[in-house]
Design a protein around this ligand. Structure first.
Ligand code: T4K
Length: 374
């Protein structure tokens, strides 16, 4: 048993001494926020790294989602997935929008594009899919349906930092995409987020909206919010960006090791990575089915007894929380795949500093339990 807890994730932190000069600069200039020099630098650096043209930084991913919906003036119903973190749909409620849940695909665990059309009504305004665990949605099928019914598409790409498909960044799809740079993400700025905009005009609208709608000292053009990233987070992000490729490479090793060690255990299924896109290894979800000797929660508890704190992302489903459970689309018969997956899923620890020994210990417990109780 580990003497220190092994959490589901552990944030990457740059060497402290490398951060000091950035802080000294901030202390020297007294520019702490409101689109300062580090904010500008990080936007540019992220555009280069992610291969996108326009990025607006935010204080977190939730504010980015809320602002994206506002920027597109979405109103009415928005089709989305119940298999996500609650921020996805909370952003809809904060905009006075009605979520309509559609079930997920059993392989990708993303919104099932084949089921989208049946959920469209005269008041449907948009689709908000999630690239869950960084695995890309069926972007072309979603685009086809969105174009046919004239719907806007806002991708919650909170998990999809750096993911690329054959045509480039996954973030170029849809009308807007949002990222999260929370401490638990592959690339973190302590807290942070971003909207990826298709053109300069949209970015300007988003930039106004994230700063109270202010254009200049005498002009306010919209009822904006305060969504800006501060200079300390932006400076931290610049430093983090130098190491993010190494961090993803280390995660990849963990991912490979788990797949090797968990292969062939009855009742344990690793989620396949897409063969049409790169991966960022942000999560390591497994599904625990009835062929395993313990229930999912039994395995969760067994790991916990060994100081390994796996997480049930995403259980319960968003549609089961009280502010959503009365929606017609929350009915269990509408969401059979999502319900099954949310009852089977367990995310094992994955982060760049996870050692081989720790990875073997986690997989060893999953395997041993499978053997011992058989
Ligand atoms: N859309 C999607 C699809 C999302 O997944 C998220 C966020 C968002 C939108 C919204 O983006 P943000 O507004 O958050 O930028 C975590 C995160 O708080 C949340 O950002 C994330 N998704 C969600 C999936 O997971 P919790 O409640 O599970 O976090 P917590 O505090 O239990 O942390 C998990 C483990 O990570 C801890 O046991 C230990 C470790 N940890 C955590 C923090 C915060 C650290 O080692 N250091 C830390 O500072 O929600």
């Amino acid at each position: 048993m580990s003497d220190k807890p092994v959490f589901v994730t552990k944030p990457d932190l740059p060497p402290l001494e490398e951060f000091i000069p950035y802080l000294e600069k901030i202390w020297e200039t007294s520019i702490l926020t409101n689109g300062g020099p580090f904010h500008k630098q990080l936007e540019k650096a992220l555009c280069d790294y992610l291969q996108v043209d326009h990025i607006a930084l935010f204080a977190n991913g939730t504010l980015a989602l809320m602002t994206a919906l506002k920027a597109l003036k979405v109103s009415g119903e928005v089709i989305t997935t119940p298999y996500s973190f609650v921020a996805t749909t909370h952003a809809l409620l904060w905009n006075g929008l009605t979520p309509v849940f559609v079930d997920i695909d059993p392989d990708t665990l993303n919104l099932d594009a084949k089921k989208l059309e049946t959920a469209i009504t005269p008041t449907t305004a948009a689709i908000m899919p999630v690239h869950c665990y960084g695995n890309p949605c069926d972007v072309s099928a979603i685009k086809e349906i969105a174009d046919k019914y004239n719907l806007q598409v806002i991708y919650d790409a909170a998990h999809a930092f750096g993911v690329r498909d054959q045509g480039g960044s996954i973030l170029r799809h849809g009308d807007l995409s949002i990222l999260s740079f929370h401490a638990t993400k592959v690339f973190n700025t302590l807290e942070g987020g971003a909207i990826i905009c298709p053109d300069a005009e949209t970015k300007q609208r988003v930039d106004h909206l994230k700063n109270f709608g202010i254009v200049d000292q005498l002009t306010v053009v919209a009822a904006g919010i305060n969504g800006k990233m501060n200079e300390i987070c932006a400076a931290f992000g610049l430093l983090q960006l130098e190491n993010v490729d190494d961090a993803i490479a280390s995660r990849r090793k963990v991912d490979e090791m788990y797949r090797e060690l968990l292969r062939g255990i009855p009742g344990i299924q690793c989620i396949e990575l897409s063969d049409r896109a790169s991966a960022n290894y942000s999560y390591f979800p497994i599904l625990v089915d009835e062929n395993y000797v313990l229930s999912r929660d039994g395995l969760y508890d067994r790991l916990k007894q060994n100081n390994i704190l796996a997480r049930r992302y995403f259980y319960p489903l968003i549609s089961e929380y009280p502010m959503y459970s009365r929606l017609p689309s929350s009915k269990t018969e509408n969401l059979a795949v999502s319900l099954r997956v949310s009852e089977q899923v367990l995310c094992l620890p994955i982060y760049s500093a996870l050692t081989d020994v720790e990875c073997r210990e986690v997989a060893g417990i999953v395997a041993e339990e499978g053997q011992r109780l058989r």
